[in-house]
Design a binder for this molecule. Structure first.
Ligand code: PGA
Length: 241
C-alpha cells in the first residue's frame, strides 16, 4: 500500500460523471504534471469504465465509489477488489452527492471504507456540513459525528485521507475564508484525531484563481477538485502547486 506519510501535498481530481474514452486520451496528452517524486502527488478519480484508459506514470488512479459487498448477486455493483485489479490506489467514499442523491448513510460508508482498506486502497473519505448546519454553527459537531460513525475503530491513520468538503461550497463558487478552512482542518486534526499525522484535504469550488492560498495553508494537505479538474487549462494551473 502506498505510503501516505511520504506525500507532503496531494491533489485529487474528481471527474464525477464526466468524460469519455476520447476525453481521457486528450487529458493524458494535455496534462503537464509530472510525478517527479512522492512529495507532491496527483490522483485522478474518473468514472470506473475510464480508469484503465488513464494508466500513466504521471498520477495515481482513483475511483469515485465502491460496493460494500465483495461479490455475489448485487447487480450493478463494483467491488474494491475489482478496482484494485485495474490499478486503483485510491477511492472517494461518502461524497455528499452519494449521501444526498443516493441516500448513503454512515453505516454503509463504514462498510465501504472497510472493504477499501482490506483491498489496500486508500479511502478518500468525504465529510462536510450543509448550509443550514453551517449557519447554526454545527460544523464541528457534524464532522465529528461523520468521522465517528464511519471510520473503523483502531484505524491506521496513514491509510486514509479525510476530504473536508462543505456541502454548500461544492459546485457553487462559494468557499469558506482561509482562516475558516485552517480552523476547521486544525479542529479535525487536533480535536477529532488528536494527531497531526492524519491527511486532511479541502474540497469545494477550488479553481486556478483560489487554489494557491488554500493549498499553502499548513493544515491543508491537499485539494479535492471537481469542476476545475475536467478543464485541462484550468487544471494545469492548479497542478503547478
Ligand atoms: P467542485 O466539486 O470543485 O466542483 O466544487 C468538488 C467535489 O465535489 O469533490
Amino acid at each position: 500500500m502506498l505510503e501516505l506519510e511520504k506525500i507532503s501535498k496531494i491533489i485529487i481530481a474528481n471527474w464525477k460523471l464526466h468524460g469519455s474514452i476520447e476525453f481521457a486520451k486528450e487529458y493524458l496528452e494535455k496534462l503537464t504534471f509530472v510525478r517527479s517524486d512522492n512529495e507532491k502527488s496527483l490522483v485522478v478519480c474518473a468514472p470506473s469504465t475510464l480508469i484503465q484508459n488513464l494508466k500513466t506514470d504521471k498520477f495515481y488512479l482513483g475511483a469515485q465509489d465502491c460496493s460494500n459487498y465483495s461479490s455475489g448477486a448485487y447487480t450493478g455493483e463494483i467491488s474494491s477488489e475489482l478496482l484494485k485489479e485495474i490499478g486503483c490506489s485510491f477511492c472517494i467514499v461518502g461524497h455528499s452527492e452519494r449521501r444526498n442523491i443516493f441516500k448513503e448513510d454512515h453505516k454503509l460508508i463504514l462498510e465501504k471504507i472497510k472493504k477499501l482498506i482490506n483491498s489496500k486502497i486508500i479511502p478518500i473519505f468525504c465529510i462536510g456540513e450543509n448550509l443550514q448546519q453551517m449557519k447554526e454553527n454545527l460544523t464541528n459537531d457534524v464532522l465529528k459525528n461523520q468521522i465517528h460513525k464511519s471510520l473503523p475503530k483502531n484505524l491506521d491513520l496513514s491509510k486514509v485521507i479525510i476530504a473536508y468538503e462543505p456541502v454548500w461550497s461544492i459546485g457553487t463558487g462559494l468557499i469558506p475564508s482561509v482562516e475558516q478552512i485552517e480552523k476547521t482542518h486544525n479542529f479535525i486534526k487536533q480535536n477529532i484525531f488528536n494527531s497531526s499525522k492524519i491527511k486532511v484535504v479541502y474540497g469545494g469550488s477550488v479553481k486556478a484563481s483560489n487554489y494557491k492560498k488554500i493549498i499553502d495553508l499548513d493544515s491543508v494537505d491537499g485539494l479535492l477538485v471537481g469542476g476545475a479538474s475536467i478543464n485541462s487549462d484550468e487544471f494545469n494551473k492548479i497542478v503547478e502547486f
